[in-house]
Design a protein. Structure first.
Ligand SMILES: O=P(O)(O)OC[C@H]1O[C@H](OP(=O)(O)OP(=O)(O)O)[C@H](O)[C@@H]1O
Ligand code: HPA
Ligand SMILES: [Mg+2]
Length: 179
């Protein structure tokens, strides 16, 4: 698995420090609001679990699974809800936890769904932002790292369902991609 990585982009230590910093910031922002923190599966599972551990305010968690990449490094353009939330979002302060914003299609679709369900507020925290590939106008409210236009894997992010368990984030060797 390690042989497939061309370059380590963000180390385990850098991830740890950034996630802690975001957790502390979000604890201040959500003081007294009992947010519903939504993990966008599968990619955000590792970020979510580390982030909520560094949040010190009362909160609830829920999970939603969406997919648009499948076995490709390019979005299919069609966002599918594979698992919906268990919790009603009406009247709730919702914080969406995403691993990466690339084209922006996944999040713009999710924000639309949650606003139509009458959430009181909807904010986004994204660990990685790849602004060079955006096709819709969307900015996260909180973000970890801005990254260049390369397909990254690790810390939850996959290529064709693999590499999610790497503790760091790296760029795959280009010869392993099939676009
Ligand atoms: O901004 P976008 O271009 O929409 O890309 C971002 C989304 O794509 C990936 O999910 P994917 O569809 O690969 O599902 P996964 O999380 O199960 O890997 C990633 O985890 C984000 O949710
Ligand atoms: O760079 C990426 N890596 C993994 N999954 C992704 N989904 C959108 N962009 C990416
Ligand atoms: Mg994926």
């Amino acid at each position: 698995m390690l042989n497939d990585i061309q370059e380590v982009l963000i180390t385990e230590e850098e991830l740890k420090a950034k996630v802690k910093e975001l957790g502390e910031l979000l604890s201040r922002e959500y003081e007294g609001r009992n947010p519903l923190v939504i993990c966008v599966l599968k990619g955000a599972f590792m970020f979510m679990s580390d982030l909520v551990k560094s949040m010190t305010v009362p909160l609830e968690v829920d999970f939603m699974a969406v997919s648009s990449y499948g076995k490709s490094t390019r979005s299919s353009g069609e966002v599918k809800i594979i698992k919906d939330l268990d919790t009603p979002v009406e009247g709730r302060h919702v914080l969406i936890v995403e691993d990466i914003i690339d084209s922006g299609l996944t999040l713009s679709y999710l924000i639309d769904v949650l606003e139509r369900r009458n959430a009181l507020s909807v904010q986004i925290v994204a660990l990685f932002d790849k602004p060079g590939r955006r096709t819709v106008d969307l900015e996260p409210d909180y973000k970890g790292f801005t990254i260049p236009d390369a397909f990254i894997v690790g810390y939850g992010l996959d290529y064709s369902e693999r590499y999610r368990n790497l503790p760091f984030v790296g760029v795959l060797k280009p010869e392993l991609y099939s676009h």
